[in-house]
Write a protein that binds this ligand. Structure first.
Ligand code: HEM
Length: 483
């Protein structure tokens, strides 16, 4: 029933948005199919809706790499192919050489692009040129690291990890890992980015966030019952909450009761950018984008790390051994420091293998700024581009036995450049990657030292919203270490 509804509204929406845009598509096609380089192989799909439904269906299964990309790269024997998604002409890239081309030309040839559902949910995108928007996210994260020097940051993450494990895990025989890890990552982000420490407020925001993630990449038709409608409603509630938080902060800053550098929110209010101070609408959107970008991704990584650790006890033992050694070397100090995190080499290799094995973020979008050519094909200005993460991570050209889980492949020099790209590379790389590393490693340090766990549903299926999640939230039997 839900699928029928989804297909029906998708047809309706895509029919309405793409009629105009498709005529541009074919004009552009004409322009480049004379003599000279041609468009990459591929199909624009159905006359009106292109291949949007196939793309979204693969996205919902967390399988864009093999159900959408690999299927077509195999069919066309090419690293890139053309298609039509969201009423736009698209080129899809896959493989290390394609990654190298994108990441080393990001500032020259491409700008960030977001699909229509994002654009509608974050309306400031209509007013702020996309380059400025992306640059602000980057600047805010770098200011965040400047004012929160690494030691202080690790101490905050350490304290929140321990609190969460003590209050929500300790003394329990069974827990659901996914929602508890989400509680940890979200509590941490609220504390560090917004200075919110009130659990009730955190829970309220988290409730709305859970409704947002379902519809963030969907057909942007706000009809009751659709994921996009739920996301729109969630966004309205989140906006109201965040507007209030901003108002309170402005008042506190005016009375010198808050500091302009205390967190990302203060910086958004107090720091001028190239185009002036951020508007209220922009601040709300940026806060929500940063919270959204950080929450699902780190939650998924920690949850799947714990899942793989329970399935492969020899890896659990290696991680535990490393973390116990670090604890021994810290004595008599108890709180982790930045240099302890730098020693977590095996654990970080293991996390990298988690991110290689499972697509935490399946890919990202760009718009092409000028006509370009790649491997003999032309890519016209204005076309959109999608680069897929998993299609490289599971390619046997770069990773032997790609389906085998093996953290050893990250030892020494590790994989070749541009083959392991969970955060992207270069100027548009994820601005939260270092924050993510600290969040994940500190939590894993404590959870493996405190507990062992066994899945209650060994063959639990995976589902995919904004990032992958175990369908039932990964319930486990928890036992504290006896030694
Ligand atoms: C395991 C964790 C994470 C993964 C795998 C991940 C992955 C990614 C990827 C692949 C991109 C797109 C890069 C590109 O287009 O080249 C991205 C963008 C982004 N990420 Fe992350 N990310 C993670 C954690 C975080 C965290 C913790 C934050 C914030 C605290 C964050 C905030 C963002 C933002 C704001 C963008 C968009 C930047 C822009 O507009 O240019 N991410 N991330």
């Amino acid at each position: 029933m839900e699928l029928f509804f989804f297909v029906l509204i998708s047809l309706f929406l895509i029919a309405s948005i793409s009629l105009g845009i498709r005529s541009f598509a074919y004009k552009t096609k004409e322009k480049v199919t004379g003599t000279g380089p041609t468009l990459p192989p591929g199909s624009f799909g159905w006359p009106i809706m292109g291949e949007t439904l196939q793309f979204l269906a693969a996205n919902r299964e967390g399988a864009i790499d093999h159900k959408f990309i690999s299927k077509r790269t195999t069919k066309y024997s090419s690293k890139i192919f053309k298609t039509s998604i969201f009423g736009e002409n698209f080129i899809v890239f896959s493989g290390a050489s394609a990654n190298r081309f994108i990441f080393s030309n990001d500032s020259k040839f491409f700008i960030r692009w977001w699909p229509p559902s994002f654009q509608k949910l974050f309306p400031s995108m209509e007013f702020v040129p996309i380059e400025h928007d992306a640059a602000k996210g980057r600047k805010l994260m770098s200011l965040f690291f400047k004012f929160n020097e690494a030691q202080k940051l690790v101490a905050s993450i350490d304290s929140i990890s321990r609190n969460q494990l003590k209050n929500n895990w300790e003394g329990k025989n069974e827990v659901k890992v996914y929602p508890l890890v989400k509680m940890y990552t979200f509590t941490l982000a609220c504390h560090l980015f917004l200075s919110i420490n009130d659990t009730e407020k955190v829970l309220k925001l988290l409730y709305h966030f859970n409704n947002l993630t379902d519809g963030i990449l969907s057909v942007p038709l706000s009809i009751p019952g659709t994921p996009f409608h739920r996301a729109t409603r969630a966004m309205e509630s989140l906006r109201k909450e965040i507007y209030l938080i901003i108002k309170e902060r402005r008042e506190a800053l005016a009375k010198n009761l808050a500091s302009p550098t205390q967190d990302v929110l203060s910086q958004m209010i107090a720091v001028p950018f190239d185009d002036g101070f951020m508007t209220e609408l922009e601040i709300v959107d940026k806060i929500l984008a940063i919270l959204f970008g950080g929450e699902e991704t780190t939650t998924a990584t920690i949850t799947f790390a714990m899942k793989y650790l329970s399935e492969m006890p020899h890896l659990y033992n290696e991680v535990l051994k490393e973390q116990r050694e670090i604890t021994r070397s810290m004595k008599p100090r108890e709180v982790l420091r930045f240099d302890d995190i730098q020693k977590m080499r095996y654990t970080w290799n293991f996390v990298n293998e988690v991110m290689r094995h499972i697509p935490i973020v399946q890919g990202a979008f760009r718009e092409v700024k000028v006509d370009i050519t790649f491997v003999g094909y032309v890519i016209p200005k204005g076309w959109k581009l999608y680069w897929g993460v998993g299609s490289t991570h599971h390619n046997s050209e770069y990773f032997s036995e790609p389906e085998r889980f093996n953290p050893i492949r990250f030892e020494g020099n590790g994989p070749s450049p541009y083959t392991h790209v969970p955060f992207g590379v270069g100027p548009l790389m994820c601005p939260g990657h270092e924050y993510a590393r600290l969040t994940i490693l500190v939590f894993l340090h404590y959870v493996v030292k405190m507990f062992q766990w066994e899945p209650i549903l060994p063959n639990e299926k995976m589902k995919f919203k904004a990032a992958p999640m175990p369908a039932e939230g990964f319930p486990v039997c928890l036992s504290p270490h006896q030694i």
